[in-house]
Write a protein that binds this ligand. Structure first.
Ligand SMILES: Cc1cc2nc3c(=O)[nH]c(=O)nc-3n(C[C@H](O)[C@H](O)[C@H](O)COP(=O)(O)OP(=O)(O)OC[C@H]3O[C@@H](n4cnc5c(N)ncnc54)[C@H](O)[C@@H]3O)c2cc1C
Length: 460
């Protein structure tokens, strides 16, 4: 049986759902195909929202345990893991319900199967139904990758999915990896009372950040008692009676760490293999992600791609913007393509790491004349009174215009603070114009005015 639709979203996560939602403004014949057991997508079910729910609880716990520093006596502050889990289930349940209700409404034709292409305009679902589309968006997301490490396939090795489902407290855990998910979950686990070891291959965790940014987070993690190894080479993982042994090289020695559980947080790969994309003439990049142009079009102009399956940034707001943009483009609505030079990304460790626009290394590689200015949080009123002295804010401004090209903040709530600078970068504001903004005292945000002053003075 062949069914015809104007717009077909393959994948009903952030990219696919939001693309279908926009496409629905222009046609009442829009389909969403998703074969997952549970509808909702990674962000809601097993990504951003559950992780941030748990991480926030762990931050409250940490503050309570630090009560003395604030002149408080909080004798017993500990995790109630069952209650923590139930709170997460309840919050995520609400988010999921809202999304699923919309997907199951009569706005969309919803197919609960996996799809693969059989030609350049038709997919076949697991149950044999064929769907022909005028336009498609591929938004099939990503899955945990398994690098070639001996033992990585052992039964019982966890992924982020398992950590987010915890309803009992493990005694000890080894988190493999130093990326965003690894760092966020390692700190969460350590804070709720699980003895945590984190093992990272590169010389710093969060290796895409400036080294001094990573160092601030590394120091904070170590201060909290997390055992962190960087610059390592993983050799093998083996099962023991009480859990796992992880063997790795570090500073010329072979080290074995034992723990009850191991989390593979070594990265994710695009979910593109089972789509039979060659039958639709859709090309891949060398890393397996789908190749698109600035309009999210693949090498087959009727097929678009968005989100983790195409990159270049595997984060939610990008998936949403890409999906929306594709749906507008498919319906001949003119919009400005995404500008990755204005990219915003956040790491929800504590201190958080937030970055917008161009980094120092990109500015240098593009030979863009610029100046930078920074200010530390250990010399700022609000952060001192909050006992939140880790970190700094750093701004990059074009020379001689003073246009803010990028910024990085590592601090308490950096993910909130960065948005003022995100507005500046997206709207190409100058340091002088930003300085005219009212910066309220005493706030963490106010710190941004100090490097702005330095930039304005230097360019005067
Ligand atoms: C632990 C964790 C924490 C994270 N935290 C954050 C955060 O704080 N902020 C942030 O921005 N990002 C975060 N991310 C990343 C973010 O969740 C993803 O970038 C985003 O959800 C990807 O959306 P997507 O639409 O590309 O894919 P998904 O939401 O994964 O949707 C893909 C859908 O496609 C379906 N599918 C796959 N193959 C087929 C097929 N052949 N046919 C039909 N359907 C198919 C799947 O079932 C799935 O429902 C986090 C990720 C993880 C793992």
């Amino acid at each position: 049986m062949i069914k015809e639709h104007d717009f077909i979203a393959i994948g009903g996560g952030s990219g696919g759902y939001n693309s279908a939602r926009v496409a629905r403004q222009y046609s009442d014949n829009v389909a969403i195909v998703d074969g997952a057991e549970q509808l909702g997508g990674l962000c809601i079910l097993r990504g951003c929202m559950p992780s941030k729910t748990l991480i926030y609880s762990a931050e409250v716990l940490h503050l309570a345990q630090q009560g003395k520093r604030f002149g408080l006596s909080i004798p017993e502050a500990e995790v109630d893991i069952k209650a923590l889990h139930e709170r997460k289930v309840s919050i995520i349940g609400e988010f999921t319900k809202y999304r699923v209700e919309s997907m199951e409404s009569d706005k969309f034709h919803l197919y609960r199967n996996f799809a693969r292409f059989i030609s350049e305009d038709t997919v076949e679902l697991d149950d044999g139904i064929q769907l022909r589309g005028k336009h498609f968006i591929i938004a099939t997301g990503s899955h945990v990758s398994k690098p070639p490490i001996l033992g990585i396939d052992l039964p019982g090795i966890w992924t982020s999915d398992d950590v987010l489902e915890l309803d009992t407290l493990p005694d000890s855990i080894i988190v493999l990896g130093g990326g965003v998910v690894a760092c966020e979950l390692a700190q969460f686990l350590n804070r709720i009372g699980c003895q945590t070891t984190q093992i990272q291959r590169s010389s710093h965790i969060l290796k895409d950040q400036a080294p001094d940014v990573s160092e601030v987070v590394e120091n904070a993690l170590k201060e909290e008692g997390l055992s962190l190894f960087t610059q390592t080479k993983l050799k093998r993982i083996s099962q023991t009676q009480s859990g796992f042994d992880v063997v790795f090289e570090h500073e010329g020695k072979e080290i074995t760490i034992s723990a009850q559980h191991v989390v593979n947080a070594l990265g994710r790969s695009p979910s593109t293999k089972s789509l039979d994309l060659e039958k639709a003439d859709v090309e891949l990049k060398p890393n397996g992600q789908i190749k698109t142009d600035a309009y999210q079009r693949t090498s087959n102009p009727r097929i678009y791609a968005a989100g983790d399956c195409t990159g270049p940034f595997e984060i939610v707001h990008t998936a949403v913007l890409q999906g929306e943009f594709a749906a507008y483009h498919a319906n001949s609505v003119q919009k400005t393509p995404l500008n990755y030079d204005h990219m915003l990304d956040i790491v929800f460790t504590d201190p958080q790491v937030a970055r917008v626009g161009l980094t120092e290394s990109v500015l240098k590689s593009r030979d863009i004349k610029h100046i930078s200015a920074e200010y530390p949080f250990d010399d700022h009123g609000k952060s001192i009174l909050m006992e939140a002295k880790h970190g700094f804010v750093r701004l990059f401004a074009e020379k001689p215009t003073g246009k803010i090209l990028g910024a990085e903040i590592v601090s308490k709530d950096a993910g909130e603070l960065i948005h003022a600078l995100s507005v500046a970068v997206s709207h190409e504001l100058t340091a002088a114009s930003l300085l005219q903004t009212h910066w309220y005292h005493p706030t963490l945000s106010e710190i941004i005015s100090y490097p702005l002053e330095d930039i304005v003075d230097e360019l005067a």
